[in-house]
Design a protein around this ligand. Structure first.
Ligand code: SAH
Ligand code: DHB
Ligand code: MG
Length: 225
């Protein structure tokens, strides 16, 4: 199996089931034009996230890692009237591109982009005493996934859902001695997840236009002791 085949099958799926759309297309074009890395979720993955958030009935969504706001648009479109999405981005340039893309998508009212390292903006968010988030998408730097997961546990309720992107890394997750801090971040996260009693979780490997990777799906099942 080759990357070319995965990409062709993704094109086939997207053509059939994920119709293109001005706001989403422009978000990708403008992100590329601004020089952002093309590490957004694929269109069919974006729709998958949007479906998960709808199935969850999410009214309050948290995203960690905005980039140009492509996944943000997919997630925000799952919100009911009065819903809110907070997305955290370290890079002010990425945040600026995302704000423009979200404005073009007509989502500026629903979405707030908060700029700064997530390990600084998460404690600020927690101090605000907002209602718990129903759905969290973790997709920033991979070194800090364990810490982001712990904050996500703080900021959610029983029944909330957490999705973590990029937990397979082309299979590198098996490399116990990997020098790559991203791989070590994912491995630390997986070990933490495995021993977190308050959740029910699984991980699924994926292939497609974005290569070979995977995501974790987590449901909060009980309150802290
Ligand atoms: N969710 C996006 C892709 C995010 S790429 C999509 O699918 O469309 C990862 C993003 O996380 C990048 O924009 C990067 O700048 C940001 N990031 C990296 N480290 C971060 C940190 N410590 N805090 C917040 N954002 C961070
Ligand atoms: C990278 C980050 C992502 O969130 C992703 O989906 C793919 C790649 C990266 O940092 O390389
Ligand atoms: Mg990702």
């Amino acid at each position: 199996m080759t990357q070319e085949q995965w990409s062709q099958v993704d094109e086939y799926i997207v053509e059939l089931l994920v119709p293109s759309d001005e706001a989403l297309d422009s978000a990708l074009v403008e992100s590329t034009r601004a020089g952002l890395p093309q590490i957004n979720v694929a269109p069919n993955q974006g729709k998958f996230l949007s479906l998960l958030a709808s199935i969850q009935g999410a009214k309050n969504i948290l995203e960690i890692g905005t980039l140009g706001g492509y996944s943000t648009i997919w997630l925000a479109r799952a919100l009911p009237a009065g819903g809110r999405l907070v997305t955290l981005e370290r890079d002010p340039k990425h945040a600026e591109v995302a704000r423009r893309n979200l404005a073009r998508a007509g989502l500026s009212e629903l979405v707030s982009v908060r700029v700064g390292p997530a390990l600084e903006t998460l404690p600020q968010l927690a101090a605000e005493g907002l209602p718990p988030f129903d759905f969290v998408f973790i997709d920033a730097d991979k070194q800090s996934i364990p810490e982001y997961f712990q904050w996500a546990l703080e900021l959610t309720r029983v029944g909330s859902v957490i999705v973590v992107d990029n937990v397979v890394r082309k299979g590198a997750v098996l490399e116990t001695a990997s020098p790559d801090p991203n791989v070590q971040g994912v491995r630390r996260f997986n070990e933490l997840l495995a021993k977190t009693p308050r959740v029910s979780a699984t991980e699924v490997q994926t292939v497609g236009s974005k290569g070979y990777d995977g995501f974790a799906l987590i449901r909060i099942t009980s309150t802290p002791e």
